[in-house]
Ligand binder design. Structure first.
Ligand code: BTN
Length: 405
């Protein structure tokens, strides 16, 4: 019987959040039980689950509990306070304080989850389904690698639109499935690990556990399908802003259409998928993979992939980067749907943030292949390339820079 991975029990996030907000004191099992509305023995069971997931909690039922290190897990409870008022926030956000960490981990506070290399973290049981229309749990694929979420959660809860998984096949596949079933705009799907992470052009996305950010969001913009490419370029801009907000020393280079590079190597990619009629998008799923704390990559990726850790020599808080990312994406999205001149501004800003989109000798292997000089983006977001045969507009493909002018 294949294992089925489920959305994370939301009570784990609540316990972590409570322990974080009482970081200097031991919190009694009774207090935790009262706050999350369960029994002390259930709290003990949940604490054991957190430990199995690598969260370093000291104590036992008789003494109470205390966090030893701040966990860097992308739990809804960790992200929700930063997302109030954004398309990714719940309808009525809770009263939790702002996320307390800086971008880097404070000295001596290593994220607990990163210390469990080769550990045994597994999906955890989710409380009973709260929505009758969507039977739960329900395996989706033959191989059992995707799971149903208890969806929708009550919209008044902070983080209600954020769905977290310890393990999943692909957050994009899950987001597309939930979008089909009516998940609201702004739903976010985050995984600690993907077993079948997908990239553009049928590539895989290497998704090592808790080292990167694997995030997919559902958007429902009123726009024609032809605008999806421009919004996807805008997503790249949003990610660039977020990364440089957290790590201002980095110079992120955008490579058309959807790669983000550091020192010529890729550390982030975007996979935008959609369901559309001829003239109208029903929903977009923007899938973002960011290499954050990977120390190394498999041999086949070593020459082309990098991470924030490799580039800076230090570990970064995925929670803070993910919050910055979603806030930046929210700003970009609002301006895209609300401002008349947004499309043109996106194209100009993309050109200004990319070293290869104008004035470089490039080759594109796909679609018959072509070689020429890049001449910026046209009004649809296509890459203009001056070839020996004339000016061509490239719709998709992988750009390789082969020289300067
Ligand atoms: C690419 O550069 O080819 C795009 C990579 C996109 C990877 C992300 S990780 C989260 C989301 N889920 C997936 O399966 N893919 C995207």
């Amino acid at each position: 019987m294949p294992s089925v991975h489920r959305a994370t029990d939301v009570r784990l996030g609540r316990i972590v959040r409570l322990l974080m907000s009482h970081a200097t004191v031991v919190v009694s099992g009774t207090k935790l039980a009262e706050d999350i509305g369960t029994s002390r023995s259930e709290v003990w069971r949940l604490i054991q689950q957190l430990r199995a997931l690598g969260v370093d909690v000291a104590g036992h039922p008789a003494t109470g509990y205390q966090l030893r290190v701040v966990p860097d897990l992308l739990l809804p409870e960790m992200l929700a306070p930063s997302l109030k008022g954004t398309v990714f926030g719940g309808a009525r956000a809770g009263s939790m304080s702002a996320f307390p960490l800086g971008g880097r981990f404070p000295q001596g506070l290593k994220p607990a989850f990163l210390q469990t290399e080769g550990g045994t973290a597994e999906a955890v049981p989710y409380p009973k389904p709260r929505h009758e229309a969507v039977p739960y749990p329900k395996p989706r694929h033959e191989d059992g690698t995707a799971e149903a979420v208890a969806y929708p959660k009550p919209s008044h809860e902070a983080g209600a639109k954020i769905h977290h998984y310890y393990k999943i096949a692909s957050t994009n596949s899950e987001a597309m499935r939930c979008a089909e079933e009516g998940a609201p705009e702004g739903s976010v799907f985050l995984a600690e690990e993907q077993l079948a992470g997908r990239g553009r052009g049928a590539h895989n996305w290497h998704s090592a556990r808790s080292a990167g950010i694997y995030c997919s969001v559902i958007l429902r913009p009123a726009m024609p399908p032809s605008d999806a490419l421009i919004f996807s370029l805008a997503a790249g801009l949003a990610i660039r802003v977020a990364v440089m907000e957290i790590a201002p020393q980095l110079r992120v280079d955008l490579k058309w259409p959807n790669d983000l590079l550091l020192g010529g190597k890729k550390f982030c990619g975007v996979l935008t998928e959609m369901n559309a009629e001829a003239t109208r998008v029903r929903h977009l799923v923007v899938g973002i993979g960011i290499n954050v704390n990977q120390a190394k990559f498999p041999a086949e990726l070593r020459e082309i992939a990098t991470s924030l850790k490799i580039e800076t020599g230090t570990e970064w808080s995925r929670v803070e980067l993910c919050a910055a990312l979603l806030k930046s994406l929210d700003r970009e999205y609002r301006s895209f749907v609300e401002e008349a001149g947004a499309r043109d501004a996106i194209l100009r800003r993309f050109e200004g943030s990319s070293s290869s989109v104008r004035g470089r000798k490039v080759s594109i292997e796909e679609n018959g292949g072509l070689t020429g000089v890049s001449e910026g983006l046209d009004e649809r977001g296509f890459l203009r390339v001056r070839t020996a045969e004339g000016l061509r507009a490239v719709v998709s493909g992988t750009v390789r820079v082969i020289g300067n002018l």
